[in-house]
Design a protein around this ligand. Sequence first.
Ligand SMILES: NC(=O)c1ccc[n+]([C@@H]2O[C@H](COP(=O)([O-])OP(=O)(O)OC[C@H]3O[C@@H](n4cnc5c(N)ncnc54)[C@H](OP(=O)(O)O)[C@@H]3O)[C@@H](O)[C@H]2O)c1
Length: 350
Amino acid sequence: MDSVLNVGIVGTGIFARDSHLPAYQQLPNEFKVVAAFNRTKSKAEAFAEDAGIEKEKVFDNLDDMLKDESISAIDALLPAQFNAETVEKCIAARKPVILEKPIAATMAQARKIVEMSDATTLPIGIAENWLFMNAASALKEQLAEIGPITAFTYNSTGPFVKENKYLSTSWRQNPEHIGGFLSDGGVHQLALLTEVLGEVESVSALTKQVRKQSGTDDVVFSTVKLRDSDVIGTFTYGSAFGSCKKSVYFKVYGLNGAATLDLSDKKKPVIKVTVGDSAEANAKENTIEIDEHPSGGIQEEFLNFRESILKKEKRVIRGSPRVAFHHLACVAAFLDSSAKDGDSVVVEQP
Ligand SMILES: NC(=O)c1ccc[n+]([C@@H]2O[C@H](COP(=O)([O-])OP(=O)(O)OC[C@H]3O[C@@H](n4cnc5c(N)ncnc54)[C@H](OP(=O)(O)O)[C@@H]3O)[C@@H](O)[C@H]2O)c1
């Protein structure tokens, strides 16, 4: 296989146009966007013009696109309820596929994707770009200094944005994906949290719907316990509040200090670390300014997907269906716990 990966795009909506296409175009030695399919064909045609795709490579349906032998991989950016059938078709056509997050709309569909992925040698990836953020690896590097880790607090909150271009999409306003915005944006936060500290075992949560435009519950306040460890913490997420400063911080407490990642400005994350076993240590705060990937990890997830295809090794993929299953399973557990007035709920495993 040529080392330039010929990509076919499925779903030429906002994110395909604004983020995926520019990310590919900035990596011309690694990727070429060669084909497109979209439910509304005129949008695929406009996308093709921007992407320099030949007219005959704008397809009327996914089945025809998958028959095209010049396409080496599929990148699907669809509402999550279409991911499982897209994976099924790609596997049948022997095309590796990367799908946008969340992995699926329901846990049953997510499980089906994990099973299909387990049963094939083809690389199947979920585009969880936050797994690739430098902020995650930089915070992880600090843990040995402050450990053993005892607890954490993860808080991502912000004001409701009425003019949000994503909010205006009808599939977000009438979500079929569990948790609506809680899974749409929440899986990013859960990817970062679990990439740094490991998987969540159980949660006790309250969720609620603050904005009718969200279509379903849009904020979660929870306490959590990590799997195979005695680390406890809190996870709070919501962008449905009134005027307030958007803030994203992740503070990890150890027996020998603490590290706080401030991700409020995603392009300029900052970590503050104090090392010492008690107040008496009089530790000085060390500030680490992180040089974040300009694409927020999108190019890195594409390169990781390409590497797995070139090496014919699906295990290279970091955003595997199993990894992404966990993020959606946490959202499902928050909702389940809230429905039981905050009872502790074990997070489902694939
Ligand atoms: N990683 C991130 O940070 C990030 C950010 C934003 C979005 N995303 C993900 O990217 C994907 C696309 O989101 P978007 O914001 O670009 O939304 P969008 O503009 O609404 O695009 C959705 C695409 O799916 C197609 N679609 C919708 N309903 C369909 C149906 N019933 N059958 C077939 N196709 C259908 C739309 O086709 P039409 O043109 O015909 O409507 C459109 O091409 C989603 O999975 C989202 O979660 C990820």
